[in-house]
Design a protein around this ligand. Structure first.
Ligand code: HEC
Length: 80
C-alpha cells in the first residue's frame, strides 16, 4: 500500500498530492461500520489521479482501524 505517497496519514499535515484528501477525513465520510468496506470499494474504483488499489479484507480492516485512531478527537488533543 502506498496510500501515503499521496494522502496525509497523520493528524494534521497536508496531503503530498494536491487534491488527495487526508486519510483522517475518511472517518467522517463513512459510517464507522462501513469504513473498511468503503475504503475497499473506493480504492478498487480508482479516481482521476488515484491508481486502482485492490485491498484485501485484512488490509481494509487494518486501514480502517488506523484511520479511526488518527481521527479520534482524543488523539488530536493528546498527540502532537
Ligand atoms: C497517486 C496518488 C494516490 C495514491 C497512491 C492513493 N490515492 Fe487515494 N486519492 C488520490 C486523489 C488525488 C484522490 C481524490 C480524487 C478525486 O476526488 O477525484 C483520492 C481519493 C481517495 C478516496 C476518496 C474516494 C472518493 O470517493 O472520493 C479514498 C477512499 C482513497 N483515495 C483511498 C486511498 C487508499 C486506501 C490508498 C492506498 C491503498 C490510496 N487512496 C492511494 C490519490 C492517491
Amino acid at each position: 500500500m502506498d496510500c501515503a505517497a499521496c494522502h496525509a496519514i497523520d493528524q494534521q499535515s497536508k496531503s503530498p498530492a494536491a487534491g488527495a484528501p487526508p486519510l483522517r477525513e475518511f472517518a467522517a465520510r463513512y459510517a464507522a461500520a462501513n469504513l473498511a468496506a468503503g475504503l475497499k470499494r473506493d480504492a478498487a474504483a480508482g479516481r482521476s489521479e488515484m491508481p486502482v488499489h485492490q485491498l484485501n479484507d485484512d488490509a481494509a480492516n487494518a486501514l480502517a482501524a488506523f484511520i479511526q485512531v488518527i481521527s479520534a478527537p482524543s488523539a488530536r488533543t493528546t498527540i502532537r
